[in-house]
Design a protein around this ligand. Structure first.
Ligand SMILES: NC(=O)c1ccc[n+]([C@@H]2O[C@H](COP(=O)([O-])OP(=O)(O)OC[C@H]3O[C@@H](n4cnc5c(N)ncnc54)[C@H](O)[C@@H]3O)[C@@H](O)[C@H]2O)c1
Length: 274
């Protein structure tokens, strides 16, 4: 794996301060890419033991630098279009290009752990399709769907000019299986799958690949230990960050040059009808 297939490339990982995003950033750095991270809280790993214990440096950017690449971090809320455009412009200015974008920022929670009062528990999108509080509706759509669209729209002009690029969007099996209790998260993730298909058609003529991953139950600090659900999964275990990282490596390297507009589920076989 340690072949430096991405040397000379610049990769942006949104939501890269912890969890799955951190995993993508470290793998792309190991492959030689310079790494830009955008996150609303670049020290977001501090709120979960699981994440904090994995850190080998003060920030994920420092961990990438330890792997021998250049890395910068921008603390930005991607739910704002103008700020997202400015952040992407700054990355290109500082790192010279933008070749790979992983739109990973998001999550089903309404409030982030660092926003909660001590002892308070977050609501994990308990809205109903027939009735959802306005703040929950907008927050979850903004953090998942709009952040993804804004990031892609900000990156596209640079990639078009370069006539190459790889974009990976992040949905969820929650966007594939209709469950009322997953609202509005499921709607946001389903829309990301549709957006991926249309963006792939739009950017294909510019030699830009756009694909999506739809993880299932993956162990991160935010979602906690769900190994008890293993007997509902054909592969009989919850997923790991590395399970997702390997698929992302496939989608950002030349291994997938003729693949675009597709969604790959990473769920141990749970959604086997798709
Ligand atoms: N862990 C799972 O089981 C699982 C399953 C399916 C999909 N996913 C998706 O994978 C992605 C990462 O999940 P995770 O479990 O690592 O979560 P996480 O909360 O650990 O990481 C998400 C990161 O995104 C950042 N972020 C969120 N909204 C943002 C915004 N508006 N602007 C900037 N940064 C923002 C957060 O600060 C956080 O660092 C999410 O999109 C999530 O929906 C995760």
């Amino acid at each position: 794996m340690n072949e430096k297939t991405l040397t000379g490339k610049v990769a942006l990982v949104t939501g890269g301060a912890r969890g799955l995003g951190r995993g993508y950033a470290l793998r792309l750095a190991r492959l030689g890419a310079d790494i830009a991270i955008i996150d609303r809280n670049l020290k977001g790993f501090e709120v979960y033991d699981f994440e904090r214990k994995q850190m080998t440096a003060p920030t994920v950017m420092d961990e990438c630098k330890q792997l021998g690449v250049t890395s910068i971090g921008l603390e930005v809320d991607l739910a704002d279009r103008e700020t997202t455009e400015q952040a992407v412009d700054q990355i290109v200015k500082e790192l010279g290009s933008l070749d790979i974008v992983i739109c990973n920022a998001g999550g089903g929670t309404v409030q982030f752990a660092d926003e909660l009062k001590p002892g308070a528990k977050d609501v994990n999108t308990p809205g109903r399709p027939s009735d959802c509080p306005q703040d929950m509706l907008m927050r979850v759509l903004n953090n998942n769907l709009m952040s993804c669209i804004y990031t892609c729209m900000a990156a596209a002009p640079y990639m078009k000019k370069q006539k190459q690029g790889k974009i990976v969007t992040v949905a969820s099996t929650g966007g594939l299986v209709a469950r009322g209790g997953y609202f509005p998260y499921g709607v946001a993730k389903a829309a990301i799958i549709y957006y991926t298909r249309t963006l792939a058609q739009d950017l294909g003529p510019y030699n830009i690949n756009v694909n999506c991953i739809a993880p299932g139950i993956i162990r991160t600090g935010r979602l906690g230990d769900r190994s008890a659900l293993a007997d509902r999964i054909p592969l009989r275990r919850e997923g790991t960050i590395d399970d997702c990282v390997k698929v992302v490596e496939f989608l950002v390297t030349d291994l997938s040059d003729y693949v675009t507009g597709k969604t790959i589920t990473i769920d141990g076989g749970s959604c086997n009808q798709r």
